[in-house]
Design a protein around this ligand. Sequence first.
Ligand SMILES: C[S@@+](CC[C@H](N)C(=O)[O-])C[C@H]1O[C@@H](n2cnc3c(N)ncnc32)[C@H](O)[C@@H]1O
Length: 463
Amino acid sequence: MPTPTGDRVGDRVGDRAGDKTGAKPRLAAAEVALSVFDHGQAADVALETVCANMEASKDRSLVRRLVHGLMRDWPMVNAHLKTLLHTPLKPKDRLSFFILAVALSELRDGREPDHAVVHCAVEATRLAKAEHLSKLVNAILRRFLREREALEAKWLGRPVMEWGYPQWLIDALAHDWPDEWVDLLAAGNASPPLTLRVNRRHWSREQALDALSKSGMVDRPLPGLADAVMCETRAAIRDVPEFMDGGWSVQDAGAQWAIDWLELSSGQRVLDACAGPGGKAAHCLERADIDLVAVESEPDRLAQVGAGLERLSLSAELICGDATAPDQWWDGQAFDRILIDAPCSATGVIRRHPDIRWLRQPQDIDALVTTQALLLNRLWPLLKPGGILVYVTCSVLARENHQQVQRFLENHSDAKVLDPPSQDESSQGTVPGRAVSVGWQVLPGQNDWDGFYYAALGRLPSA
Ligand SMILES: C[S@@+](CC[C@H](N)C(=O)[O-])C[C@H]1O[C@@H](n2cnc3c(N)ncnc32)[C@H](O)[C@@H]1O
């Protein structure tokens, strides 16, 4: 049974047979950091590879925590390393560089005793077969501990250092959200909750909550969302009762609300145009007996849609294709509902994927805005008159959100903006966010939701 509290210090530093030092998770975290910063790989993908042979789930969680911490600390840690290393390390010693970076971030975090962190880093350097650098690693970390205050004071008051984001992203957030940008930076550095979606084809939310509490987990239903449960116990997802049997999925509240905008009812033909990895496709199918076509351009992500639906005993027509080129896959039958959960900057989910801030580049936003416009323009003709298209992003940038939809409306006289989904009396006012010039924006952290943008567009009957 999972415990509601965290691990003991000894557990986290590493006291398991074979790794008395806690060096392995530190080395693993450095390997992931190297993949992110030197090879542009997403941290989740690198974590999966690096942690594949780690048996203990607490080790995997520790690696994830160290990596996420470093993503938030990167500008400061990088600046410290520039000061502390008189000569930069050679390219072949990049792994040791990242062992140092992980250790500096862990020292700044302060959760473990300083001496334990230094010891782990030295042992990790040996484990990485860089014995010749172990004395240097020890000396650098000890100097940091001696000079920490002066080193940190040098950078005080600089948002890039204080919040750990690139300048271009801080500028973009400050431009779009002049009153909220500091809150947005803070929200991206907070830890996200574990939010679950009850599969109400499998059981009711009351039965699901009952099963959670009987297994010792602390949870609460989320008002305003019919299927959501926030799990306040730190649990591995496989320990959640009936997870493997299809009773649940992991899905943030903001993602769950998207389905309410579709106003689904049985018998409808529905297109999920950007389906991978399949969270919203499954939610649609759990909600109503619909005929779902799920399109995804990445084969691996389409395979995830298939696997997810199988676990939940659901089915859909799966198409690997480019949703901006429907002539390549559309059978000519119009849809009652279209969901465009568009590829986007993911600036609303940085708290879950803190590496996004370093992997995204300003020019990526231009390319994403172009793809989003193509998706809207090319898929609109596939919607029946009287049908609804829902455009969703997990972005907080105006260009991807209300400005994008505004431009679409200027060129489509047969489209009208619909109101947000109605809520019953008991949940009135519990959905966070606000109406923007077109559609609705939830900012990350509001009611502990991820940041999402939603717009529902109704197609008017042809004249
Ligand atoms: C925000 S994610 C969708 C998340 C998904 N709806 C869910 O709830 O799990 C966007 C997806 O669109 C896919 N994508 C990007 N461009 C596409 C295109 N032109 N055609 C189809 N899928 C595309 C990406 O590979 C990615 O899987």
